[in-house]
Design a protein around this ligand. Structure first.
Ligand SMILES: Nc1ncnc2c1ncn2[C@@H]1O[C@H](COP(=O)(O)OP(=O)(O)OP(=O)(O)O)[C@@H](O)[C@H]1O
Ligand SMILES: [Mg+2]
Length: 410
């Protein structure tokens, strides 16, 4: 057998003890993890854990495994939202298929899981819009997905909104640039697959009665075209409008979840022409800033939310002491005095339902809600207590991450 693993090598060493010579289907359930409500899949896919990390294993033909491993590696380097490939195992005995190992995307949810949630605080349209953002991002990067579907997308909560990740790149192709024909073909494949998946949900009684699967699927190309146009179009406007039109365009792109690279503005006496380079990588400005100040690794919108809280905390410190508090001190104190105490107070039986940063975000929302009711600021501690008693228990018991049971396994 031959193994190919990306660093860190310490992780690979642990994985090498797994029974790679056996068909994945026959692996001892004791070394596997149950992950609920996954999408529809053709291959044998299993989950396992080593030293606190969770991995997904997929048995596929060697050339596909190598292709997917290489592509996912590129996506990771470029900051495209996709699962990260850790390695492959090929040349298994008896001419068995290869196995591709990816990192389990923590706190991710499949569409089936989302539709089986009793709270139903999401809609099919919302999921579709999130998926369209992912597809546009891939297309901007010259990636033809070839298999865009709800099953091949994972969803994560990011400060109350959804973010979508690619989970299956077997059929993907990399090009310098995609032609409109290639893009539309990809979108059409997605429309068909999403239609079939929604019909399947409806058949299983999981789709709300007012959702028409075909109507929703047919809206996908429309949503895609609108977003593609928004992120790529050249704008022409009168010179005197220049300033606000540029600001407005950049703001709109940011709101849609895109970072902007270079902008090109050509002015002539007749008017101005604006071209904007949209970055394909997920926006990361707030994420990097929060990491610099606190060492926390969270998603972008969560990071923005946490940074706002950090700034408010710093302002109150400065008000109390009458002195300027440097950045890094403020970061450290906020982490130790505001963030950690809340995260550590999550009742053990409710841990693992949501990412800690998402819990913190929800508590800030809850604080705002309670404060408005009370007519004064109730503070984070009281808000957290109330949230743990009344809100968090309503998040479904099914795991959105297996890490909650990893502790008891390792
Ligand atoms: N790294 C991962 N993190 C979380 N979930 C994963 C991961 N890899 C796979 N899954 C889950 O397993 C399911 C199946 O995986 P995947 O889509 O890669 O294989 P497949 O469906 O058999 O391939 P195909 O789409 O060609 O049939 C996904 O829909 C997803 O729910
Ligand atoms: Mg799949």
């Amino acid at each position: 057998m031959r193994y190919l693993f990306r660093p860190p090598a310490t992780e690979a060493a642990g994985l090498l003890t797994l029974p790679w010579h056996q068909p994945l289907e026959e692996w001892d359930p004791d070394i596997l993890l149950e992950v609920p409500q996954r999408g529809i899949s053709r291959h044998v896919v299993r989950f396992t854990t080593q030293n606190g990390h969770v991995y997904a294993l997929k048995e596929i033909a060697e050339h596909l495994a190598r292709h997917e491993y290489a592509l996912l590696g590129q996506f990771e380097e470029e900051g495209l939202p996709a699962v990260a490939a850790l390695g492959i195992c090929v040349d298994r005995p008896g001419g068995q298929d290869a196995i591709l190992v990816t990192r389990y995307l923590e706190y991710s949810m499949s569409y089936r899981f989302l539709f089986s949630r009793p709270t139903g605080d999401h809609s099919a349209e919302q999921l579709l819009d999130t998926m369209v953002v992912l597809l546009v991002r891939l297309h901007l990067a010259g990636v033809f997905w070839g298999d865009c579907s709800l099953s091949n997308t994972l969803f994560r909560l990011d400060a109350g909104a959804f973010a979508a990740y690619l989970v299956d790149a077997e059929t993907s192709e990399r090009h310098e640039q995609l032609s409109p024909g290639q893009r539309h073909y990809d979108v059409d494949l997605a429309r068909e697959r999403v239609g079939a998946e929604l019909l399947d949900l409806q058949f299983g009684g999981l789709l709300p009665a007012d959702v028409d699967p075909i109507e929703v699927a047919d809206s996908l190309p429309v949503r895609y075209d609108a977003l593609w146009d928004e992120v790529t179009r050249e704008e022409v406007f009168a010179l005197e409008e220049q300033r606000y039109r540029v600001t407005e365009r950049l703001q709109r792109l940011n709101d849609l979840g895109f970072d902007v690279g270079e902008i090109e503005l050509v002015t002539t006496p007749e008017g101005a022409r604006l071209r904007v380079e949209t970055r394909v990588a997920e926006p990361g400005h707030n994420r990097r800033e929060l990491f610099r100040l606190t060492g926390l690794e969270v998603q972008e919108r969560q990071a923005r939310r946490l940074l706002n809280d950090l700034r408010a905390y710093r302002a109150s410190l400065e008000q109390k002491t009458g002195a300027t508090v440097p950045d890094t001190i403020a970061g450290y104190r906020w982490l130790a005095e505001a963030y950690q105490p809340v995260v550590e107070a999550i009742p053990p039986d409710l841990a693992g339902r949501l990412a800690p940063a998402e819990v913190f975000h929800e508590i800030l929302e809850h604080r705002w809600f309670l404060s408005e009711q009370a007519g004064h600021d109730v503070g984070t501690t009281a808000a957290a207590r109330s949230y743990f008693e009344t809100v968090l228990p309503r998040t479904p018991r099914e795991l959105t991450t297996p890490s909650a049971i990893v502790g008891s396994r390792d």
